[in-house]
Design a protein around this ligand. Structure first.
Ligand SMILES: [Zn+2]
Ligand SMILES: [Zn+2]
Length: 352
């Protein structure tokens, strides 16, 4: 048994939502959170660094443990890039490595799955279903025993966030009657065009099977998904284009961001685990943070721990992580890159 003091930094909580809530925001939670005990033995977990290639570590996450699974951690085109592998002149080291089975440079579209367990049951809450959703689900769902999709929350309506909505038909045809989708109005308007037959199923030929999705339009204020309070974190994803990050307890997820509006910082207070966009090692793009800007934001937000996501092929997993690890000694910052298949245990709210 590893000492408790070593374990606690690896375990994150959905509880304590009210401690940091912006008083100006509508109190919409119906979740009862009467106590919180980080020392409870059933919440302690040693599986932080577990991954698909380490069955022993995987087994350390108890069945009744809430967790986050990184379904995808890469850019829209995916890593490796096909064009890098077919380039006869220039060799791309990262994309080459990404072809090796189990290599952490292999990345599909950004997405996480919250396996959330409360007293009513266990719920698989997916954030985004992008172009590569089918391939990601094929790889991780059977491996991690994920059967149902109990909700999908959408960050924005780019193809790498919603391109997999059509593939949800496998679930609504064969696993469950329907899937609730939580989406901002502007992105729902886009879906009416890109996925018109899923929004208005009356246009579908009788007998043809399409995903049965139940759309819930969300505003930039807290909403409840299976008794879990979700706080939208509005950010800019390119000039004039809004994307949403989400806060679950003390975990903040921002996958697509080029700028953070001042009013969103208050929602990021006391964040213990920050999962944030970091596209490339040298600079930001017009739509995404690069590593220097992402680090600047981490210093400003001051989360207890940070995992970057949305990395392109210029980000070598081991090399960048080695550099980031030095920040722990120099600045006390706990920052690493995430990778597809990474599982992070989460403490569930305790209810008497
Ligand atoms: Zn490449
Ligand atoms: Zn995007």
């Amino acid at each position: 048994m590893v000492a408790v003091s070593l374990l606690l930094p690896n375990v994150w909580s959905f509880a304590r939502v009210r401690q940091w809530r912006n008083p100006l925001q509508r109190a919409s939670s119906v979740v009862s959170r009467r106590s919180f005990s980080p020392l409870s033995s059933r919440n302690i977990n040693t599986g932080l660094q577990s991954n698909y290639s380490d069955k022993a570590a995987e087994a350390q996450i108890p069945v009744e443990q809430s967790e986050i699974i990184f379904i995808g951690t890469g850019t829209s085109e995916g890593i490796p890039r096909v064009s890098c592998l077919t380039n006869p002149i220039k060799k791309c080291t990262v994309c080459d490595k990404a072809t090796e089975p189990g290599n952490r440079n292999r990345r599909s579209n950004t997405s996480i799955l919250l396996r959330y367990i409360n007293d009513l049951g266990r719920y698989n809450i997916l954030v985004d279903a992008g172009k590569f959703f089918y391939h990601s689900a094929l790889k991780w769902f059977p491996m991690f025993g994920v059967r149902t999709i109990d909700a999908v929350i959408i960050t924005h309506s780019h193809a790498d966030a919603i391109g997999g909505l059509d593939d949800l038909r496998d679930w609504t045809n064969n696993v469950q009657p329907r899937i609730p989708i939580y989406v901002a109005k502007r992105d729902f308007e886009v879906m009416k065009k890109t996925h018109y037959y899923l929004v208005d199923t009356s246009v579908v030929t009788p007998g043809a099977a399409v995903s049965d999705l139940q759309f819930n339009v969300i505003k930039e204020e807290p909403f409840i998904v299976h008794n879990l309070e979700v706080i939208p974190l509005p950010v800019w994803h390119g000039q004039g284009y809004r994307s949403l990050g989400f806060r679950f307890g003390n975990i903040c997820y921002i996958s697509d961001v080029s700028d953070i509006p001042e009013e969103t910082y208050v929602l990021l207070k006391d964040c213990e685990l920050l999962i944030m966009d970091a596209l490339r090692p040298d600079r930001s793009s017009s739509t995404h943070f690069g590593l220097p800007r992402a680090l600047e934001e981490v210093r400003k937000i001051q989360p207890r721990r940070t995992l970057f996501t949305g990395m392109m092929h210029l980000m070598d997993h081991d090399k960048v992580n080695e550099d980031l690890a030095k920040l722990k000694d120099t600045e006390g910052l706990d920052i690493q890159l995430s990778y597809d298949g990474l599982r992070i245990p989460v403490i569930r709210p305790l209810i008497h």
